[in-house]
Structures are given as C-alpha cells and as structure tokens.
Design a protein around this ligand. Structure first.
Ligand code: PNS
Length: 175
C-alpha cells in the first residue's frame, strides 16, 4: 500500500561551501537521486571557519553553479541565504534538509544543528547521507589550507574550483 503523504519531495542542501569540494558535490548528486527537487543553500555567514582566506558569497554560489553545469546538471537551484536556515527552507517550501556525514567528528556538530533546527521548525526533517569513502577526509578548510601552501588540490575539488584556487594562490607549485 502506498503512503504518498509521507514523501519528501523538495530538499535543501545547505552549507558554507567555502569552496565547494567533490565531497559536497557527491552529497548534492545523491540528494538529487533520492528526492524530486534539490535546492543548494549557500550561507552568507561562514560557520566552521578554518585557515586561509574565504571566498565571497557570490563566488561560492558561482563556483557551485559552474561545477553543476559542467556535470550537465540543470535541475538543481543554487541560492544564497542569510539568517536562519529554517526560515530559508520555509520560504522555499522545502520538506527537509540534507547533509553529509563523513565521520564521528561530524556527528556531534550535525546533531546539535539538527536538534536546533528541529526546535525552531519541527515540521522540517533532517536527513543525513554518509559521504562516499573516497571523500571522507575532504573538507573546505583542508582545501583552503593546503592550497594556500602551494599543494595541488585537483583531486579534491571540481576543475573550475581548482582554477579559482590557482588564480588566488598562484599555480606555479601546483599540478
Ligand atoms: O558547511 P557547514 O559549515 O556545515 O554549514 C553550516 C550551515 C550553513 C548549514 C549552518 O551554519 C546554518 O544553517 N547556518 C545558518 C544559520 C542558522 O540557521 N543557524 C541555526 C542552525 S545551526
């Protein structure tokens, strides 16, 4: 017997994406396989700030859009947001938030955010997908850090992001 009322149709994949990595793209693509409509929400504020300079909100949105277009993905919207994630999700009419989990170290942080979001918007579900093993160690802060030190990150980010990082940090020592 079908339970059509229980379907999650529209999901938001939020993050700071500073910059977007292959791990993020993996989560976005998996959300796209699971749900009917996917919106990527790029936070204006930077949460888990690591080392190295950050990209502007416009650049972060642009890099994700370019990377998705390069993969031939034209059915995922990429939008900036400021303020609370739950307000953005309500305005978008989204049913759930999708995030990736890499390791136990992510769990506590993500649980805290999911609990808070649940308190603020009980109707909004949080759904987690386990990151693919090859991206378990990939993070934006690691990309910024090793890129700023001149090492290649081409195995960690989409080609357009690699180009931006080369522009920013210089490409001589990389590749
Ligand atoms: O890439 P990140 O650091 O995991 O993304 C964190 C993000 C942007 C999803 C989170 O910081 C967020 O939702 N920020 C918006 C402000 C908000 O709603 N805060 C309350 C929930 S933590």
């Amino acid at each position: 017997m079908s339970n059509s009322k229980a379907k999650v149709e529209h999901v938001v994949v939020p993050g700071t994406f500073d910059p977007v990595t292959l791990g993020h793209l993996d989560v976005i693509m998996r959300a796209r396989r699971l749900f009917g409509q996917v919106t990527v929400a790029v936070a204006a504020s930077v949460g888990k700030r690591g080392t190295g300079p950050s990209f502007s909100l416009g650049e972060r949105v642009e890099m994700i859009s370019e990377a998705l277009a390069a993969e031939g993905v034209d059915d995922v919207e990429v939008k900036p947001f400021s303020g609370l994630l739950v307000d953005f999700c309500r305005a978008e009419g989204a049913d759930a938030v999708v995030k990736g989990l890499r390791a136990m170290t992510d769990f506590e942080y993500e649980l805290q955010q999911a609990d808070l979001n649940c308190h603020l918007a009980p109707e909004l579900e949080s759904v987690f997908v386990m990151s693919s093993p090859e991206y378990g160690y990939v993070s934006s802060s690691i990309v910024r850090e090793i890129s700023s030190m001149g090492a290649s990150v081409q195995m960690l980010v989409p080609p357009n992001v690699n180009e931006r990082l080369k522009e920013r940090f210089g490409g001589a020592a990389r590749e």
